[in-house]
Design a protein around this ligand. Structure first.
Ligand code: LMR
Length: 394
């Protein structure tokens, strides 16, 4: 029966991981998939995660099922981390999911159940898997302008003009912080304008927040999400713990739905549990439990925050170093945007041909749209990258 299957397009990011693995070169530099690497190239288990795992091993006496929406303590801890009391707790429906991607997928299914003809407005560009899942589910997507190729900042006029076309029953997908793949982010005043437009059009915001703590700081990175959630009647939020807790393979995420009122919340909560049951039944628990332990224990939380801040500052340092190196080599400020961008990624803003040239001639692996994982750099590889960029004539 399977002869009817067609080859599906490879995920651009994951295909690059494989290419990098297959390259025998010893000087290759991996700026592909979004994982943090320390100066030695390792993606470490965070200290607080290790301690929590140890404690969990001591005390956990059962691995019986949790609830369909996961352990409520995980939802409480994450709602507090992401929303920080911006919205009354009794209006938020929430369900644990397998990673942030699971939250995104469940959110799209929820949208489709509620409004089969909803359109989802997506930034151009956005994380490729947003587009892939929407296409898979057959949900109509409408791109909105986001990136200014000239300044490598946000094309805010373009964004506002395009989002005017959204209407009630549509969804506007926004990145809460650390935009993936560009690294270019809205400032606080621009978020206010987006909120005013959302209220005017009646479109529902959906916020994907996968890098809280990687941009300006743990609280600062949640500010936009909190502001949006507090201002609009309904809002969908997909949060990931993969990056900020470094638990990529544990698949830990939470889908939150800020509901119009308590009655709507109960309906939304039931629907989220139903959707989990249809797709995978109970969500993974191990990562969620570690996150809960860390967020609710003062010592673990302090240690986690300190390490997360070290990671954030090291990424900022790498940005500064790269921008300075390029300034020296190019004799101009045309790469200064790299120090302004925030989060793991920056879009260099060059052609796929140039990206290929960097790979073939310099062993530099970045996604074809010229997205670089800054967190994949270190003090040794920054000059290699800078030289390669100038050498390639970018
Ligand atoms: C990325 O964008 O590289 C990460 O979100 C990892 C992934 O699953 O694509």
């Amino acid at each position: 029966m399977f002869e009817t299957l067609k080859q599906q397009p490879a995920d651009k990011i994951l295909a690059l991981v494989q290419k990098y693995r297959d390259d025998p070169s010893e000087t290759k530099v991996d700026l592909g998939v979004g994982v943090y690497k320390d100066a030695t190239g390792l993606t470490p288990v965070m200290r607080a995660v290790k301690k929590a795992e140890h404690q969990l091993w001591e005390v956990q006496d059962s691995k019986v099922y949790t609830g369909l929406a996961g352990d409520p303590a995980f939802a409480d801890a994450m709602i507090d981390l992401v929303l920080g009391g911006a919205v009354p707790r009794d209006t938020i429906a929430a369900a644990a999911t397998p990673g942030g991607t699971g939250a995104v997928r469940q959110a799209f299914e929820l949208i489709q159940m509620a409004r089969p003809d909803a359109r989802v407005f997506v930034s151009d560009p956005t994380w490729p898997n947003h587009l892939s899942i929407l296409a898979y589910l057959g949900i109509e997507m409408v791109p909105y302008r986001y990136f200014d190729e000239e300044t490598r900042g946000v094309d805010f006029d373009g964004l506002m003009a395009d989002l005017k076309a959204a209407r009630k029953g549509d969804v506007v997908l926004l990145h809460g912080c650390c935009h993936n793949p560009t690294g270019a982010n809205l400032n606080s005043a621009q978020w206010d304008e987006v909120i005013a437009l959302l209220l005017e059009t009646g479109a529902t915001p959906m916020i994907d927040i996968a890098y809280q703590g990687f941009g300006e700081g743990l609280e600062e990175d949640a500010a936009a999400t909190r502001k949006v959630a507090a201002a609009v009647p309904e809002c969908i939020i997909a949060a990931s713990c993969s990056k900020n807790f470094g638990i990529y393979r544990e698949r830990t995420g939470l889908l939150m739905v800020v509901s119009a009122d308590g009655g709507a919340r109960a309906l939304n909560q039931g629907t989220l549990a139903y959707l989990n049951r249809q797709n995978f039944s109970f969500p993974p628990d191990h990562g969620a439990r570690l996150v809960t332990m860390i967020l609710t224990d003062d010592a673990l939380r302090a240690d986690w925050q300190a390490e997360l801040e070290e990671v954030r500052l090291s990424m900022l340092g790498l940005r500064e170093q790269l921008a300075q190196e390029l300034q020296k080599l190019a004799g101009s400020d045309r790469f200064s945007f790299l120090a302004q961008h925030r989060g793991m990624f920056s879009r260099l803003g060059t052609t796929p041909e140039m990206v290929e040239k960097l790979r073939v001639e310099h062993g530099i692996y970045m996604v074809g749209d010229s997205r670089m994982n800054i967190a994949g750099l270190n003090a040794r590889t920054v000059p290699i990258l800078a030289n390669a960029i100038i050498d390639a004539g970018i």
